[in-house]
Design a protein around this ligand. Sequence first.
Ligand code: NAP
Length: 369
Amino acid sequence: MLTGDSNVLITGVTGLIGGEILRRLTGRPRNGRVWALVRPLEGRAPADRLRDRLARSGDDGSSVCESVAPVAGDVLDADWGLSTPVRDEIVADVDVIIHNAADTSFAARRDTTRTNVGSVRRLIEFARACRRPPLIAYMSTASNAGRVSGLCLAEDDGCRPENDHFNEYTQSKAVAEQILRESGLPVLVLRPTIVLSAGLPDPAFARQILWCAPLGRVFRALPIDPAGWVDVVDVAFVAETALRLLETSARRHACYHLSAGTVGGVTIGELAALVDQVYGRKSGLRLVPPAEWSRAEHREHVRTPLQRRVFRSLRHYLPFLNMDVVYDNARLRADLGAAAPAVATIESYLPDLLRLIRPKAALKEAALP
Ligand SMILES: NC(=O)c1ccc[n+]([C@@H]2O[C@H](COP(=O)([O-])OP(=O)(O)OC[C@H]3O[C@@H](n4cnc5c(N)ncnc54)[C@H](OP(=O)(O)O)[C@@H]3O)[C@@H](O)[C@H]2O)c1
C-alpha cells in the first residue's frame, strides 16, 4: 500500500499520465522519497525535462522539484539505465514502483513491443533485485482486449494477447501485462480507457487524441458509426484514481478499469455534434456506419491527394473508433466507494481542449503515416 512514508520510483513522468500522477503524489503530505526516472534526451538533463513537462500543466514546477529526485534512466536498459549509486539506493529503499512509460503510438511503422514489453522485462529483473518486494503499479490499457465490439467489457475479459488486435500497441500492452502478472510479483494493474488532457493548457497533449477533431475540414463523410459508444475520461480522474487505489486498504482486486463505464460513456455522434458546435459548423462531418460505406461512397469522399493521405493514416484508427465498447468500472466504484473520484463530463472540458488545437497542426499529424 502507498503511504506518505513509502519510497516511490515512477516512470513516464514527462508524459501525460505520469506527469499528472507525479504532481498529485508530491502534492500529498509525504516523508518518503520519490525518484522520477527521465530519459536525458536532446542534451537536456532530467531535472530540466521534468520542469518542461510540469510547465505543460501550467505548473512552475517549484514544489514538485523540491520533493522529487529526477534520475536519468531508460526503461529499455538493464536496471532501467540507472547509474550504479542511484540503482543501489533505489534497490535498498523502494516500496512502490509506478510504471507509466510506454510507446503509445498506433502507427504501423513503430516497434511498440520493443518499449512496452522490453521495459516490463527489465522491470521484473529490477523488482526481483530489490531488498523488499515493491508493489508495482502498472499502467496498462483497457483496450488490451484486442478486437472486441458492442459490449461493456469487464476486467476479467481484458488482456488478451492471443486475440486479433487493431495495432501492435494494444497487443504489446497485453503481452506486457500478462508477463508482469505471471511474474508472481505484487502487482496492481491499472487499465485506463481513452484519456484526454482536460484542464491542461498544452496543445500537444490536446492533439494526442483529438488530432482527429478537425477532420471535417478535409472530409465531408467518414466510415464511423455515430451510434457507437466510446469511453473517455479526463487525466485528473486517472491520476487521482491511480493514487487512491494504491493508497486504499479496501483494494480487493489486482486489476481495475479506470473508465467512465456504462453511465459515463458517450456516442461518437454526440462527440461529433459537440465538435461541430465548438467549430461553429452548420453541416458537420457525416458519419456513416462502416457496413454502409460503399465503394462508391469511398470514391466520392476520398478523392484528393490530401484526402487519400489522411485516410491512409486513419486506417489504423477507424477500427478502434468503431469498436463500440465501454469498460465496466463497478470494481473501482465498489472498492473506493465515496472516495472514487468523479469522471468529468466531456462537455465541461472538450470546448477548451478543442480551442487549443490549431486545425493545420492537427491535420499535419493526421497525415502522418
Ligand atoms: N493516454 C491514453 O489515452 C492512455 C490510455 C490507456 C492507457 N495509457 C497508458 O498510460 C501510460 C502513460 O500514457 P501517456 O499517454 O501518459 O503516454 P505519453 O504521454 O506518450 O508518455 C510516454 C512516457 O513514456 C516515456 N518513455 C517512453 N520510452 C521510454 C524509455 N525508453 N525510457 C524511459 N521513458 C520512456 C516518455 O518519455 P520521453 O518524454 O523521454 O519520450 C514519456 O514520459 C502508458 O503506459 C499508456 O500505455 C494511456
